[in-house]
Design a protein around this ligand. Sequence first.
Ligand code: ARG
Length: 596
Amino acid sequence: MNIETSLQAMVKAAVAELYQLEAADAQLQIQKTKKEFEGDLTVVTFPFVKAARKAPEVIGDEIGNFLLAQHSLVSAFNVIKGFLNLTINTAYWMEVLNVLAADEQFGHNTTGKDKLMMIEYSSPNTNKPLHLGHVRNNLLGFSIAEIQKANGWEVVKTNIVNDRGIHICKSMLAWKLFGKGETPQSSGMKGDHLVGKYYVEFDKAYKAEIKALMEQNIPEEEAKRTVPLMRQAQEMLVAWEQHDPEVYQLWETMNGWVYEGFDATYKRMGVDFDKIYYESQTYLEGKSKVEEGLEKGVFYRREDGSVWADLRSDGLDEKLLLRADGTSVYMTQDIGTAKLRYEDYPISKMVYVVGNEQNYHFQVLALLLDKVGFEWGRDLVHFSYGMVELPEGKMKSREGTVVDADDLMTEMIDTARDTARELGKLDTATDEEVEQIASMVGLGALKYFILKVDPKKNMTFNPKESIDFNGNTGPFIQYTHARIKSVLRKAQEAGIQVPEAVDTSLTISEKEKYMIQLLSTYPAVVRQAGDEFSPAVIANYIYELVKEYNQFYHDFSILKEENEALKGFRLLMSSAVAKVIRSGMALLGITVPERM
Ligand code: ARG
């Protein structure tokens, strides 16, 4: 089915016959023909110059004639320097269209790899709500999981919730001291936002205490260390580790609020998990692996009782694994979490979707896992992505620093509703339809704008630009899908059948042939996105497809076409384009509307 591969085989046979050359794969280069030249696919002839001892132009001519004589696939050719431009028989493209139109799973590798990839993403702390950084993380994690599934992997989406530790105790302490029993019910606040509010309260009170101490001439360093609030938070952490009933209950209650809040955010964003791990249930595993390593002599204990790994011979630093008071650190729980995951699943590939500020952490983790005896440790993949910000001054949250994920989604959906109304797109829709479309378009805009960027790059999320109905945006693509669906509906209303297949002897234009060729590359695009872990590859392909389709739509008539066979062809091709748009957007976690 893949035409590049067939052409490679044909050229290989041609050069063997013509020049007695056993061509290697790297010598058989097939490219899409450049727009300014005639043809569909181009063979590069430079790699044969040495064996043929002829000029590249002559070689092009000879191979071209050979292919023309031997294969009905090629219907014409021209040579420009070392490039042999081949025109592929229209019947071939028509056959391609027939096959891909009939394939419901087109683009997906359904044979399967029979291998399991675990993808960790999101992984929040339970002391505050999700923010813009989590949004990028969640969208990337979800999309990559969908892309790998389409490439035949069995995927387990997982999340590690960092639900214990000093930062959690800070929110708990502030609530205990200043909360007056406030709950999500009593305040009408989402649970995660309520807990986040007390995290901020802690910080305020903490800073006030430091200031007070410094006014009594205590030096800043000492003030920070001895400030009563911080001491109380640390005591709370120790009490938690000892399962103090009161502290433990407060922890369960407040985390319960946070989970309710997170669930609502995930649901609205359209992301989910197959298995969630909690640090509170994995950190002890980590501790015992560290103790084991200590006995084996791969880690060492310092005089103050703290435990360390010396990674200097690996070109890294020394790394703290257990504090002097025996409490565990961020790294410790990751060792325990990894252990449990590998016990729970036959993992072939473990992927961590975590921001690039933690590059060093994962370099260290890989080495540590290896040292404690997990030979898979070194193979972990840290899918590292860049920062995301808003244009200056836009939608800063209450504290003025982070952009809240819930607020952002609300803002996007509101803007989508307003924009669609302004454009008169929702004039005949019911209230329910308006909400559905506003949510689809608002979130589609957000998701597409973030996912079309190379994950490694830092980026600015521009809400206004993202929702523009013209341009490389989610709404533009969604609108094109709805437009095709509307044509198909009109055909049906007029009693015109979309054929299941078309007559391959039909004559079509270059533009239409090109549309089929573009459609036919979708499976290769999905493969590339999987190999490179890049949703951006899908996004940019879909945009290209939509741009080309809109040109076609502008230049050709569909329902008004008088030739019935041609009308049937255009309907089938259009419905195939809609199918690929829907499929590609689904790999980005974006839904597309039937009407808009
Ligand atoms: N909760 C951590 C944070 O907010 C991220 C956890 C990333 N995943 C991991 N396995 N360490 O910084």
